[in-house]
Design a protein around this ligand. Structure first.
Ligand SMILES: Nc1ncnc2c1ncn2[C@@H]1O[C@H](COP(=O)(O)OP(=O)(O)OP(=O)(O)O)[C@@H](O)[C@H]1O
Length: 456
């Protein structure tokens, strides 16, 4: 972290920026950055500092400036765009303004559109990388927010100093330094009031950090930034090892940190091109769930309708399922030997079927949507069918034996219904349910299967 001299006009901050860029190899020889300019303090400081460093001969001149008008905030946003264009001109740089129509977009959609525009602008202006103005306080807030929400080592790495062609050359600097710098240069920066909402988690953490610093460590921001740097390095090292081991046939043979990292990389690949799903799925929680699946076996439904399954110690991911949501499914069922498919997207699936002895049977079953597979088959019992009943520690029993013990009359046993998933009997309707259908306390979605008696 740099210490800014009391007088900002000795180029101290521009020199620190150039040192940081050089040490981290953020610009290779001949490369020129595009400056992503929102008009706020941080990106105004970034633009002026890059220009100052270029004037000192420490860094190349930026290729230009890009500002994205999200189309969300009306006149204020129009003024932001005008301001950015004027500031670019003041620095002698070209400026590209993008216009979105994101009136109803959420934060993730707005971000996706902004970065897509920045990539186009970089091409247009012949820039090699895109520089954004995230700084040390942003980093500390990000790390702390992730700690509060729950995170992993790679999450602790926070905002990467470089990802692809996006670079963050201001991660060394404190917010107060950038504010002082803009004030010194007489830049009347723009202010986006949407960032002031006290309900925003980032806003809350921003208020909390100084209090925590006062109670625990006056250099808390620096400590959190150092933690994120170390976590980024450890994480990069694990990533490298995981790439080397990604072909491992049985993931259970890998050391746990490595196994978890291979799973994380698989999730990252799986969510390519779907930012919203990535946010949900590339998390410590899902890595832990999939790790559990490797040990336990079976199938796990993923957010966004995909699912994962274990095959000989490796994870198999299935794509998202298509088709309409079934809410009140009714199937024709079954003459002995016929089958029906239940799409598990339905949270209440009703099977209309002639049942052998409805008065004796428990005709509904709750199962955890998180663990049952994509589709269920309802069919009549077959010779040799086995089930691992609830509470029997995985020991399997012949379904026919269970029917006999439950005193289902012999003549009705052939039309006994079972619900099967990928070769495993989950439910012998009214008689037994499998251990794997047990609904855990933390289940978030429960599928209610009902068998209705219809017919004689
Ligand atoms: N409208 C915009 N046009 C161009 N660049 C922008 C715009 N908004 C933000 N940026 C760039 O992104 C940086 C971070 O902005 P901000 O803190 O608002 O976004 P974030 O949501 O915290 O981060 P990010 O979206 O980059 O993950 C800014 O300093 C600026 O460099």
């Amino acid at each position: 972290m740099s210490s800014l001299s009391p007088s900002p006009d000795d180029h101290a901050l521009a020199r620190s920026l150039a040192d940081f860029v050089t040490e981290r190899a953020l610009l290779f020889p001949g490369e020129r950055p595009l400056v992503a300019l929102s008009g706020g303090t941080d990106s105004c400081a970034l633009l002026l500092l890059l220009c100052e460093a270029a004037a000192l001969g420490l860094l190349p001149q930026p290729a230009g400036v890009a500002h994205f008008h999200h189309g969300m905030r009306g006149q204020d946003a129009d003024a932001d765009a005008g301001f950015c264009a004027a500031l670019a001109t003041r620095g002698g740089l070209s400026c590209v303004i993008g216009l979105g129509a994101l009136a109803n977009a959420n934060e993730a959609e707005a971000r996706e559109a902004r970065y897509a525009f920045l990539q186009e602008a970089a091409q247009e202006l012949g820039a090699d990388v895109i520089a954004t103005a995230h700084h040390a306080d942003d980093q500390a807030e990000t790390v702390l927010m992730r700690v509060f929400r729950g995170t992993s080592v790679s999450g602790l790495a926070g905002i990467p100093v470089r990802r692809g062609n996006i670079i963050r050359p201001l991660l060394f600097a404190r917010r107060a330094q950038l504010e002082a710098y803009c004030a010194h240069h007489g830049v009347a920066v723009r202010h986006d009031p949407t960032n002031d909402n006290p309900r925003f988690p980032r806003r809350k953490v921003r208020t909390l950090l100084p209090e925590l610093a006062e109670s625990f460590n006056p250099r808390l921001t620096e400590a959190l930034c150092r933690l994120s740097e170390h976590a980024a390095e450890d994480s990069a090292y694990l990533d490298m090892l995981a790439v080397e081991h990604r072909g491992t046939t049985d993931l259970r043979t890998l050391e746990r940190p490595l196994r978890r990292r291979v799973i994380l990389q698989r999730l990252w690949e799986l969510t390519e091109g779907d930012a919203a799903l990535r946010e949900q799925l590339v998390t410590a929680t899902w890595v832990a769930r999939l790790e559990g699946l490797l040990v336990r076996g079976g199938t796990l439904n993923l957010p966004g309708d995909g699912w994962a399954r274990v095959r000989q110690g490796s994870l198999v991911f299935a794509p998202q399922r298509q088709g309409p949501l079934l809410t009140d499914w009714r199937g024709e069922l079954p003459v002995p030997g016929s089958v029906a498919l239940l799409d598990q997207r339905s949270l209440s699936a009703v099977i209309a079927a002639p049942l052998p002895s409805p008065e004796r049977q428990r005709r509904s079953l709750r199962v955890d949507c998180g663990t049952i597979p994509a589709s269920l088959t309802v069919r009549t019992v077959r010779d040799g069918d086995r089930i691992a009943p609830l509470g029997m520690a995985g020991k399997t029993r012949l379904v026919r034996d269970l029917l006999r013990e439950a005193k289902v009359p012999a003549e009705l046993r052939a039309s006994q219904l079972v619900v099967e998933a990928e070769g495993e009997i989950l439910w012998v309707v009214g008689v037994a349910q499998a251990e794997s259908t047990r609904v855990p306390e933390d289940a978030t979605e429960v599928l209610l299967l009902e068998i209705h008696h219809e017919g004689p």
